[in-house]
Design a binder for this molecule. Structure first.
Ligand SMILES: [Fe+2]
Length: 296
């Protein structure tokens, strides 16, 4: 599978908005998805092709992060496990056992990281940073229920027991008890970032880097249906992630463009961004090396 870039662009946004009828998707899904009665302080951020971040004071810094990330993803574009094992799923090259190992691992990371953002939300309120507080709240709101969408997938596709097998994978305390150091440490890092970090670091590590999520999610939605007979009702996690993180990248662009205006803040945000991007890539690579497909 060859693709020019895994990162989001305007053409992709257009295609996804039409395909999923983005803000009406909830009406046709069996789960009720959104109630858009909240107030989003960054005006126009959901409009097609929004790029107002380019007019913000730290736009050059944001652009430097995006350029670095574009280069990183270009360098790793032809590795079948990256991003998120999507190329292998798209081509139907994994066994069910391999798919289960991969998604059990992922359940213990990317469905948990976001919930620590509640700490950052509270801290922003105490500091009187109301715009930042409301952006964190919006982000959290749009991540709400994604654990359960992922559980729908695990339960439906792998026939796992939701209570006994799926939820324990998503419990940080149980990860610690199982001595699953890698995943537990990664979660602790996110917790520390949200509890102690500057909000520009959090925006970089938890929002901006989500720009890598939509296209691989779309590929997985296609691959699971085509090669593995996945039913639509199990695929909501992947369908929603085919578009929602188009907007979460923008939350990151907005916060960083507006507030990462000193060298010190830029250095901190850059480190948080690169650590997260590289850390995710390396964990995929390790996992791939341990699978039969990676030993071929
Ligand atoms: Fe997101």
């Amino acid at each position: 599978m060859q693709i020019s870039s895994y990162l989001v662009d305007e053409e992709y946004e257009k295609e996804m908005r039409a395909k999923y009828d983005v803000y009406n998707y909830g009406k046709t899904a069996y789960r009720y998805l959104t109630v858009l009665g909240s107030y989003m302080p960054a005006k126009g951020i959901y409009s097609l092709g929004w790029n107002k971040w380019k007019e913000l004071p730290a736009a050059d810094f944001v652009k430097s992060l995006l350029d670095w990330h574009n280069g990183f993803e270009r360098d790793h574009r032809d590795e079948p496990f990256h991003p998120f094992f999507a190329p292998l799923v798209y081509d139907g090259e994994l066994t069910i056992e391999e798919l289960r190992t991969i998604h059990e691992y992922q359940a213990g990371i990317f469905n948990l990281e976001f919930y620590y953002e509640g700490l950052a939300h509270y801290r922003a309120h105490l500091a009187g940073l109301y715009e930042i507080r409301d952006l964190f709240a919006s982000h959290l709101f749009e991540e709400t229920g994604h654990n359960d969408m992922f559980a729908d997938f695990m339960e439906g596709f792998f026939k796992m027991d939701r209570e006994k097998e799926v939820y324990p994978l998503m419990d940080p305390m149980k990860l610690a008890q199982r001595q699953d150091r890698g995943r537990y440490e990664r979660l602790q890092k996110f917790k520390r970032l949200n509890a102690n970090g500057h909000f520009v670091e959090i925006a970089a590590a938890a929002m901006l880097r989500e720009r890598l999520i939509p296209k691989p999610s779309r590929m997985k939605g296609i691959g699971f249906r085509k090669h593995y007979g996945a039913k639509n009702k199990w695929m909501i996690f992947f369908d929603v992630h085919s578009y929602i993180d188009i907007y979460h990248e923008r939350f990151g662009q907005y916060i960083l463009g507006k507030y990462a205006t000193t060298k010190e803040l830029q250095n901190a945000a850059e480190t948080a961004f690169k650590d997260t991007v590289i850390g995710q890539y390396e964990s995929e690579k390790r996992l791939y090396g341990n699978l039969p497909v990676g030993k071929k």
